[in-house]
Design a protein around this ligand. Structure first.
Ligand code: MG
Length: 374
């Protein structure tokens, strides 16, 4: 089996009402999808995470990485990953767009391996013996406090057992005091038996994060996610030592190298790689080995990523050690449902992994056409 072609498709979808959270207002979702075909007729798809300008990862995939893998055997996926990474590592490009481009390619290669074997990807990766995974529902975004509490309550009534709430307001939106009040209102609304995760999207400094977490220590919070900017590793360590809520992070990290540093500094309890940024399945699996070695927890990120990442993350959840929970996204995301079948729905806190070969759901050309940009 040989890789014949590597092509990209750029997607963009805009919400009527932008989502408000710690980074600001987010109106437009984007993604770069990678389609790889082989000489014996298999096609695999992957996704590169995109927040702005999908043409950047498209250029890296098609101009820089496709020449490395064209003509090669997809079964050598681990070695191909290393060769792609090696292209620019020595030139200083060991994070960022290159990593996101590798992620899309690697995911597509594993999709091919699954299809060729007639098995779902998580089985080809080495399944953990789970075809259903625990999940939490994500996320309650900024709104008036009663509306946030009502939305959380509605999600729990629909059968979810864990829910994430956004914090990290700027002063104009009421700052940390409104954050604390909103979380306490959600706790009152959902009762004591529901897991509540908090996500600041890097909006605090360490001192503010510690203050907020201490004010919420009696509210049985499952984790505080991205309390400070991803590059502030000392800040992460301060937050972890300065209060008692477990610290989660990873959607902004690249490969084992970023996570290695967070772990080395005792700065993190729960690792949240996005398969479309961490280096695809190969990157996600290597992070799994770190999670295992350090007895930490794994909680794959999905969020604003598009449907291939959400789907691939389900397979990650079904294979990695020390899985904590999968992020099921209920908030509006125009690029989540790209398939001919509906995306799997959680039932009482668990979600089933598709069992068809490869990623297990087919992209719907009609839906893609709606969002495709050139
Ligand atoms: Mg997050």
């Amino acid at each position: 089996m040989r890789i014949k072609s590597v092509k990209c498709r750029m997607l963009s979808g805009t919400l009527e009402t932008p989502i408000q959270f710690g980074i600001g207002a987010f109106p437009t979702f984007s993604a770069t999808l990678v389609e790889i075909t082989t000489d014996d007729g298999f096609t695999g798809v992957g996704e590169c995470i995109v927040r702005k300008a999908p043409q950047v990862t498209k250029a890296v995939v098609e101009q820089m990485l496709a020449p490395v893998i064209t003509g090669r055997d997809p079964h050598d996926v681990e070695g191909l990953w290393d060769e792609m990474f090696q292209q620019l590592r020595g030139w200083g490009h060991y994070r960022g767009f290159v990593f996101e481009a590798v992620s899309g390619i690697d995911t597509a290669l594993w999709d091919i391996l699954g299809k060729a074997a007639g098995l779902p990807v998580y089985k080809v990766l080495g399944g953990a013996g789970r075809d259903r995974v625990p999940c939490y529902t994500s996320s309650v975004y900024f709104a008036e406090i009663p509306a946030m509490a009502a939305q959380a309550e509605e999600q729990i009534r629909a059968g979810h057992t864990a829910i994430k709430v956004k914090i990290g307001r700027n002063a104009r939106l009421g700052g940390r005091r409104t954050d604390v009040a909103s979380v306490k209102a959600v706790r009152d609304a959902v009762g004591p038996d529901v897991d509540i995760m908090l996500d600041a999207n890097s909006a605090y400094d360490a001192a503010t994060a510690i203050k907020v977490c201490r004010q919420l220590e009696d509210d049985d919070i499952t984790w505080i996610e991205e309390p400070v900017p991803p590059d502030d590793l000392d800040g992460y360590a301060r937050v972890r030592k300065g209060q008692h809520i477990p610290v989660a992070a990873g959607e902004s990290e690249f490969g084992v190298f970023g996570f290695r540093e967070l772990i080395r500094r005792d700065a993190i309890d729960i690792l949240q790689p996005d398969v479309a940024r961490v280096g695809g399945f190969t990157g996600a699996r290597r992070v799994g080995a770190l999670v295992h070695a350090y007895n930490l927890r794994y909680a794959p990120h999905t969020g604003f990523s598009a449907g291939i990442s959400h789907l691939a993350s389900l397979h990650v959840a079904a294979t990695v050690p020390n899985l904590m929970t999968y992020e099921y996204f209920f908030a509006p995301n125009p690029l989540r449902d790209l398939f001919t079948e509906p995306f799997p729905q959680p039932d009482n806190g668990v979600i089933a992994v598709p069992q068809k070969p490869g990623l297990g759901l087919e992209l719907d050309p009609k839906i893609l056409k709606k969002f495709e940009v050139s």
